[in-house]
Design a protein around this ligand. Structure first.
Ligand code: IPD
Ligand code: CA
Ligand code: CA
Length: 255
């Protein structure tokens, strides 16, 4: 099945790439910061048609359309375009993210970094890869020497303290903090050992479930801010090399 997941992630990526740099029909979702373009929807359509044709009975949970219940134990969790704001503004950092779950466990994770043409992939128990290169997380233990990443939820303006307190704490305690605008790619960079840790306070399953497996298969650790497992309803996300997990958790739980 994994080659099929990669095939459709690349096809959707090709569609997105062909629309990059053109003008877009932008619609607002919850507020003016939370946008969706025609390309998100076209990529989503393509992936859903592919799943229905090749894997009838598989369920689908996809960002723009929501839940389509299946009749089997399989569920595809899809972010057809992670990094929509970047895409709409011409910043070439956006990916397609697909996780396949069997009985609620992620068994495949694929993140396609479209503009770099890098396929991040993982199969449970078989390691994770960026194209053909096996991934492993970093070995840094000292937070002061770590490069971290985060993301800001679309309701940040309404709920700033929740986000900014943690952001400034990590700015003080780490080497640097980046904000790329694609949670799925942030996760892959943790798996690759580029980022030592990534956190986001309010996130959705389509942003993180593929990245979760890719990180775990690279030897990293993912949890919510209290160390609990990540599932389909988890809102908080902490992903690290494992070695700084406790230190980051402590900071995330300070006021
Ligand atoms: C967003 C990105 C961003 C993260 C937001 C996500 P979208 O996804 O992953 O980095 O900070 O929380 O919603 O809207 O571009 O698919
Ligand atoms: Ca997303
Ligand atoms: Ca999206």
């Amino acid at each position: 099945m994994l080659p099929k997941v990669i095939e459709i992630a690349k096809e959707a990526g090709e569609l997105i790439k062909n629309n990059f740099g053109k003008s877009h029909e932008i619609k607002y979702k919850t507020n003016v910061a939370n946008i969706v373009t025609e390309t998100d929807k076209a990529a989503e359509d393509l992936i859903i048609k592919f799943v229905n044709k090749n894997f009838p009975g598989h369920g689908i949970l996809s960002e723009e359309i929501g839940m389509i219940k299946g009749t089997t134990e399989y569920l595809w969790v899809i972010d057809p375009l992670d990094g929509t704001t970047n895409f709409a503004h011409g910043l070439p950092i956006f990916v397609v993210s697909i996780a396949v779950l069997k009985n609620n466990q992620v068994i495949y994770g694929v993140v396609y970094d479209i503009m770099r043409n890098v396929v991040y992939k993982a199969e449970k128990g078989c390691g994770s890869f960026a194209n053909q290169n096996r991934l492993s997380v970093s070995k840094r233990t000292d937070l002061a020497k770590c490069l971290l990443a985060t993301g800001f939820p679309y309701d940040v303006a309404k709920n700033p303290s929740n986000v900014f307190n943690k952001f400034t704490a990590f700015l003080r305690k780490s080497r640097a903090v980046r904000r790329l605008g694609s949670a799925a790619l942030d996760s892959c960079f943790v798996a690759e050992g580029i980022f030592d840790g990534f956190w986001e306070v309010s996130i959705f399953p389509w942003d993180i479930l593929a990245g979760k497996l890719i990180i775990e298969e690279a030897g990293g650790l993912v949890s919510d801010f209290n160390g609990n497992k990540i599932g389909i309803n988890t809102k908080q996300f902490l992903a690290t090399n494992g070695l700084i997990h406790k230190d980051m958790m402590k900071i995330l739980n300070e006021n």
